[in-house]
Design a binder for this molecule. Structure first.
Ligand SMILES: [Zn+2]
Length: 166
């Protein structure tokens, strides 16, 4: 799947269920969405598994997609993990019959196409391009922008670079 499709899917999810208030709460988005043509729900839950940042899977017994995130990591990381795992679900990476996605340290450097796409999805979900471009017109301080979108300063800087604003 092309990265542009990952971004389009994030925009579609926001269009469907986001209340347009910043910061975006990926767990709220997940809980409001229905996935695939069968309209299956997504549950966002704290992970009890040691040593992972997050995990995405399909629970066939209950016909529900499960996104797990580690509550032991810093808040910004938890939000990014939630958005990233939701990306795996929406992009069809963990559809029925496919293996779960288990993320230990999905650095932005990962070259696995599914990881690249889930990261692109997460960036657009948490920092929608249109909203970033509008915000930058009024505020150029990266730490203040980071607070607005509730992301780390490093993630905000990376996003601005990717959007060719920095
Ligand atoms: Zn992943």
């Amino acid at each position: 799947m092309a990265r542009s499709t990952a971004v389009e899917n994030a925009r579609k999810a926001l269009d469907l269920v986001w209340d347009r208030q910043l910061p975006v709460d990926p767990s709220v988005i997940a809980n409001r969405l229905l996935i695939t043509k069968e309209k299956l729900p997504v549950q966002m839950v704290e992970s009890s598994e040691v040593g992972i940042s997050g995990k995405a899977r399909f629970n066939r017994a209950e016909n529900v997609f499960i996104c797990e995130y580690s509550a032991n990591e810093v808040s910004h990381r938890q939000r990014f993990t939630q958005a990233h795992e939701l990306g795996h679900v929406i992009l069809g990476h963990v559809n029925d019959g496919r293996e779960p996605k288990r993320d230990t340290s999905f650095a932005v450097r990962s070259h696995d196409p599914d990881e690249v796409d889930a990261n692109a999805f997460a960036a657009e979900l948490l920092m929608p391009a249109d909203y970033v471009k509008t915000a930058v017109k009024r505020e150029q301080d990266i730490s203040k922008l980071a607070r607005l979108f509730d992301v780390s300063t490093a993630a905000m800087r990376f996003r601005l670079q990717n959007l060719r604003i920095l």
